[in-house]
Design a protein around this ligand. Structure first.
Ligand code: UDP
Ligand code: MG
Length: 336
């Protein structure tokens, strides 16, 4: 039996007849922050999709990232009627990356689907993702066909970010690939084994490797509410990603430093030669000011870059947990 595949995998590989592949256990992990308005529709659409799948069993893992609205109350109501629903509630808002990490740690399935809770990631794509996994993919990344649902400034900035990332980092990110992905158990175990605290899921998923496929999908408009990501928030996220996966910002300053030292050495030699030949003249006040200011600017930037990485080291050595859990539903004591 096979699932309806709306789009073929880009590179269908050999299908191996593993027993769990015929009827896998599926986990669907969803971070939620103030999503009470779309929760009912989300749950209904997930259930309708899951019912069409040839799977053994499924679980829905809703991670409430410290919502300020009634999200968790509604999750609890849904969980009362749906035994497949398991929920985690954070003690406060720890951010989407932490929520995704918690969900991936809790997931028990052979296949794990990660998606947003605002219905921008249509649950109806899950059969196609599963089909791709059946053909041997260990990770299926859903890539947006268009960014039309984003404001233009965000589109421009994010395109620039992907270009920059590709140049300076050891991992390449799938452009337009968000957090709508399917993982094989092997990939989930690999991700769960990473100890770092500054999480950048887009980078982590490329870093772990494995056989990756992409499928295109058309993102929907947000079902309700507004995006929790302001531009400043996104900029911070981009800096986190860059400094977590690239050391170029550190190295580039030593290169500039060497270059400037060489230039000033040559300039010094020229000054000596000039003084010997033409004697001293009154040195220009402007040029002294300009070079002084320029150098202090470069030094400040260099310090800032160092600060970025030292901040990262600081968060890692503090050894704080990624998140704190206030409540759980559907977790027995042995499986915490
Ligand atoms: N989210 C979260 N914690 C946060 C912000 C967002 O768990 O601090 C969740 C949110 O509920 C949604 C997903 O992450 O399920 C994507 O968030 P959003 O739609 O705000 O991001 P965008 O689609 O604009 O990238
Ligand atoms: Mg969204």
């Amino acid at each position: 039996m096979s699932d309806p595949i709306s789009q073929p995998c880009s590179d269908p590989g050999p299908t191996r007849a593993l027993s769990h592949q015929a009827a896998p256990r599926l986990s669907i992990v969803i971070p939620l922050y103030n999503e009470s308005d779309s929760l009912g529709a989300l749950h209904a659409r997930l259930k309708a999709t899951v019912d069409t799948l040839a799977i053994n069993e499924h679980e829905l893992i809703f991670v409430d990232d410290g919502s300020r609205d009634d999200t968790y109350g509604q999750v609890a109501v849904l969980a009362a009627t749906d035994p497949a629903l398991r929920a985690i509630r954070f003690a406060r808002n720890f951010g989407k990356e932490a929520a995704m990490a918690a969900g991936l740690r809790a997931a028990r399935g052979d296949v794990v689907v990660l998606m947003d809770g605002d219905l921008q990631h249509p649950p109806e794509q899950i059969p196609a993702m599963l089909g791709c996994w059946r053909q041997g993919a260990k990770m299926v990344t859903m890539v947006r066909k268009s960014r039309d649902t984003d404001p233009w400034l965000r589109r421009v900035l994010s395109r620039g970010f992907y270009r920059l990332f590709k140049r300076v980092s050891e991992v390449a990110l799938a452009e337009g690939g968000g957090d709508f992905r399917l993982f094989d158990r092997a990939v989930v175990d690999a991700i769960n084994s990473l100890p770092e605290r500054t999480r950048f899921m887009k980078g982590i998923t490329s870093w772990v490797g494995f056989r990756q496929e992409t499928l295109e999908f058309e993102p929907a408009e947000r079902a309700a509410g507004t995006s929790a990501w302001s531009l400043l928030h996104l900029l911070r996220y981009a800096l986190d990603g860059l400094s977590a996966f690239s050391t170029l910002p550190l190295r580039i300053w030593s290169m500039i430093g060497v270059f400037m030292a060489m230039c000033s050495g040559l300039y010094g030699v020229w000054l000596i030669v000039r003084t010997v030949i033409w004697g001293t003249d009154v040195p220009g006040y402007a040029s002294v000011m300009v070079s002084g200011l320029f150098l202090s600017g470069v030094q400040l930037i260099g310090l800032g870059v160092l600060g970025e990485y030292i901040g990262r080291i600081f968060t890692e050595v503090k050894q704080r947990p990624l998140y704190l859990v206030a409540e759980r539903i559907g977790f027995d004591e042995a499986n915490r």
